[in-house]
Design a protein around this ligand. Structure first.
Ligand SMILES: NC(=O)c1ccc[n+]([C@@H]2O[C@H](COP(=O)([O-])OP(=O)(O)OC[C@H]3O[C@@H](n4cnc5c(N)ncnc54)[C@H](OP(=O)(O)O)[C@@H]3O)[C@@H](O)[C@H]2O)c1
Length: 275
């Protein structure tokens, strides 16, 4: 497990990469490589990149049954989330998160610019009073199915065809964001939204930030179609980081590591690399 020690200098370097220039960092002995390996793939923005992030408890919960998710992550987990927001072009949440948390999705815990806010609101239930529609911050885009009656509002509404399963295609959502030059995106929650992006094989990196609390009941961060056998489980290549209050699993979903039961030592074997 690698410790992550962010310094002002490293953060300035990462922000400069995000803006397509490179502010040099000090001599190699001073540079915390783990910081760079964690954040550089996001900051470089050299093509479409989808990061999903889950902040969960030891028992895998992202909120209480009543929907309280405010302090699931510790202070360093929150700083990490805000760093990710500062490095991407857009942050995506489902309307369930807006209804439950009324988030602003801005960058506050670190220095950096806030991303464009995108809410997936298939059936048009975005609350008119949602904070992000009135806080004067970055634009808020609301993505709806094209059969939902239009309501007047100040925010931009993007209309997409409803798919056979009754929902919106995550691929269509990314395509309309790409048309707006929003190519590096953070899918921040909740479970239903993240799971749809993972199920559609669109997530490059999944960050699971585990905080040392036990909630005991409540929703889990990822819900995919059921499998029968553990051999069918996804085994992404992971790097584990100690970020302070929380432990972060940085999962590369483009590299699958399959465990072959019955093979000597059950060693991990890389079987795909589409990165
Ligand atoms: N700890 C964390 O990291 C974290 C982060 C974010 C949220 N949360 C918590 O997660 C909970 C909310 O999660 P959730 O899973 O219930 O809701 P959610 O994912 O925020 O929103 C789900 C809703 O968004 C719409 N939606 C999203 N993707 C869609 C798609 N591809 N097609 C059609 N509709 C789509 C649907 O709305 P309709 O139902 O209207 O069709 C769906 O029911 C809250 O308690 C929140 O506090 C925790």
């Amino acid at each position: 497990m690698q410790p992550v020690r962010m310094t002002d200098e490293l953060w300035q370097h990462l922000l400069s990469l995000r803006e397509n220039w490179s502010r040099p960092v000090g001599s190699s002995a001073d540079v915390d490589i783990s910081c760079l390996t964690l954040y550089k793939p996001i900051a470089l923005r050299d093509g479409p990149f989808v990061l999903a992030q889950v902040g969960q408890s030891l028992d895998g919960r992202i909120a209480t049954p009543a929907g309280d998710a405010q302090n699931v992550s510790g202070s360093d987990g929150i700083a990490h989330l805000h760093r990710c927001r500062a490095l991407v072009d857009a942050v995506i949440v489902g309307v369930g998160t807006v209804v439950a948390d009324n988030p602003s999705l801005s960058v506050r815990a670190v220095r950096g610019r806030s991303p464009v806010r995108v809410v997936v609101d298939c059936n048009g239930r975005m609350p008119e009073r949602a904070k992000m529609l009135h806080d004067g911050g970055m634009p808020a885009l609301v993505v709806q199915a094209d059969d939902v009656p239009l309501r007047n509002g100040k925010h931009e509404i993007i209309r997409l065809p409803r798919r056979a399963d009754g929902g919106l295609s995550p691929r269509d959502i990314l395509a309309v964001l790409t048309e707006r030059s929003l190519t590096t995106v953070l899918v921040e929650g909740g479970a239903r939204t993240i799971s749809r992006f993972i199920d559609a094989e669109l997530v490059d990196r999944l960050h699971v930030s585990v905080s040392p609390i036990i909630i005991g009941s409540g929703p889990t961060g990822i819900r995919l179609p059921p499998i029968d056998r553990l051999s069918e489980a996804r085994r992404p290549k992971i790097q584990v980081y100690n970020i302070g209050t929380d432990i972060l699993f940085d999962c590369n979903l483009r590299i699958e590591v399959r465990q072959q039961s019955g093979s000597p030592g059950c060693e991990n074997i890389l079987v795909t690399d589409t990165a």
